[in-house]
Design a protein around this ligand. Structure first.
Ligand code: ZN
Length: 259
């Protein structure tokens, strides 16, 4: 078996006719002959045993009541703001208990001359865990759309090892997309592999709703813009529902500065 060397700062190329380098960007086979020297990227090492990717979860199932509460929160936010929302999943290894945490999250409303509408996106920061608790994943909603891993979800998950659950069709018949990500690789799972089950949405704690804030983006155009996504609610509609957000000073909310 040729030797396998790590390509770090102390690396010195040996005289061996064949050897392997493990580098930051992959595995390489180096061949030295009297006629040429070559370094070729390879998939694996000849002569070794094969290895498949696998995931064995040691976490207990998420209680059904917790998932039903999460869906209740997503339904409430979609009802009020036509938006996605997110909850973080924390776990206490000693107590073997889960809890859901609502991070501060911002929903963006775009206001133009004729209408206002929600972009449907949600921005949030991962919050630190309390002592004894660890962050094991997140659950977010896709509002009225089905559950799937969007391009944004996949990109986000590449940098966050853990459980990623998407809940779709929150206002109708919720469906779930479940994945566990490790080192940028995605393991697709069924809901039953991570959760006791789901029957119906249950009311969420009021403190979760307080973590959701609305941010206004004023469209420069007088009509619909390329930013237009999601439902087009009139600003009056928002006001009557009690969620018309504060506008920046000097702005009348119709894409122009007031006098
Ligand atoms: Zn998503």
């Amino acid at each position: 078996m040729p030797q396998v060397l790590l390509k770090d700062d102390s690396f010195k190329p040996p005289e061996d006719p064949v050897y392997y380098i493990v580098a930051a960007n992959g595995l390489y086979r180096v061949v030295n002959t009297p006629l040429y020297s070559a370094t070729a990227k390879v998939e694996g090492l000849k002569g070794l045993c094969h290895q498949e990717e696998r995931l064995d979860l040691k976490l207990p199932l998420i209680p059904q009541a917790l998932m039903e509460c999460a869906v209740g929160f997503f339904e409430q936010i979609y009802d009020e703001l036509q938006s996605e929302s997110v909850l973080l999943l924390h776990y206490h290894p000693e107590r073997r208990r889960y809890r859901l945490v609502a991070p501060e999250q911002t929903v963006t409303v775009v206001v133009s001359r004729w209408s206002s509408w929600v972009k449907g996106e949600v921005d949030y920061e991962v919050v630190p865990t309390a002592r004894g608790w660890v962050h094991v994943g997140d659950i977010h909603s896709h509002g009225g759309q089905g559950a799937f891993q969007s391009w944004t979800d996949t990109e986000d998950a590449r940098f966050r090892d853990g459980l990623h659950i998407v809940v779709g069709r929150v206002n109708w018949k919720p469906d779930f997309d479940v994945a566990f990500t490790v080192a940028g690789r995605r393991f697709k799972l069924g809901l039953a592999e991570v959760c006791e089950g789901f029957q119906e949405a249950k009311p969420a704690p009021a403190r979760w709703r307080e973590k959701v804030v609305c941010q206004v983006e004023v469209s420069r155009s007088y009509g619909y813009t390329s930013a237009s996504q999601g439902k087009g609610y009139g600003c009056d509609d928002y006001a009557s529902r009690g969620y018309c957000p504060e506008l920046p000073p000097g702005n009348d909310g119709f894409g122009r500065l007031s006098d």
